[in-house]
Design a protein. Sequence first.
Length: 339
Amino acid sequence: MTRHWLRAAMVIAALSASPVLAQSGDFYKGKQIQIVIGSAAGGGYDAYGRIVQRHMGKHIAGNPTVIAQNMPGAGQTKAAGYISSVAPKDGTYIAAVSPGALLVPVIGGPAIQFDPNKLQYIGSANSDVYTCVTRPDSPVQKFSDALEKEWIIGVSTGTTRDMPMALKNVLHAKLRMVAGYPGTKDISLAYERNEVQGICGLGYASLMSQYPDWVPSGKAKVILQESIKGHPDLNKQGVPLALSFAKNEEDRQVLELIYSQGIFGRPFLVAPEVPKDRVAILRTAFMNTMKDPALVADAERAKLDLDAISGDEVQALIAKVYATPDRIVKRVKQALETE
């Protein structure tokens, strides 16, 4: 399913939803919307959640107040589970979580009590490209080195754990994974203190916004893209895709499924029970928010990459992932298992 087809479907859906929006225009007047962010404060997911929170209210009829709260835990599935089972189902609670939290039945992870394929998606703030970075004093200065030399990697949960695990189990990279860090921010501090030599599964957008001096100063070198297509800037620099190191087609399919979460890198969602008319309102408001000049200016100042994807598009991508053949799903889970 191509992005072109999905965007055409989005336009049709938006046009058909117009009468519904008119009927529901007063619901949010005087209301408060809460965005529940699945990560701890200070990281990339938090940054995207809060930039949407600051600007979304003015794009919803009735101009509701929008607030944000952090609810980290269980690889960001805690926030998604809260939205699905505990929070009101009236469209006043939105979760902002990692894509990995939505792919647990496919890629493995903590036990969850919700069905990600039944959640309703508002949109995604960007398509992320995950990377591996290495210190200048590390024995690994290009990814091929990691196939021959031990490389000490800091890991937490989500992509910083899953993606290096895939490199180790699928591509047989010689990674020594140091676990126990609460989040990406903590891994980054360990990296700066030379407790670890590298980080994998680090979003390029987060790298450029949270640690803008690392690459220019030589503190970090991007040596691999854990992505299906890669980032235009990194492609121009010749940074290889992990897919290029796959030894056979099935290994490539396994990596593609793991990296598919980068396509909807910063998803926002609501519970399955939220009325369709309010989902339509939130989807339209989300896309208008992402085009808001004030938000765009804030994103530029914070060096946040914007590449918004509509809720319809994310919904279709999730459905496509969940239609993956069982044989590949089994291989993916094996690839992400801790030895």
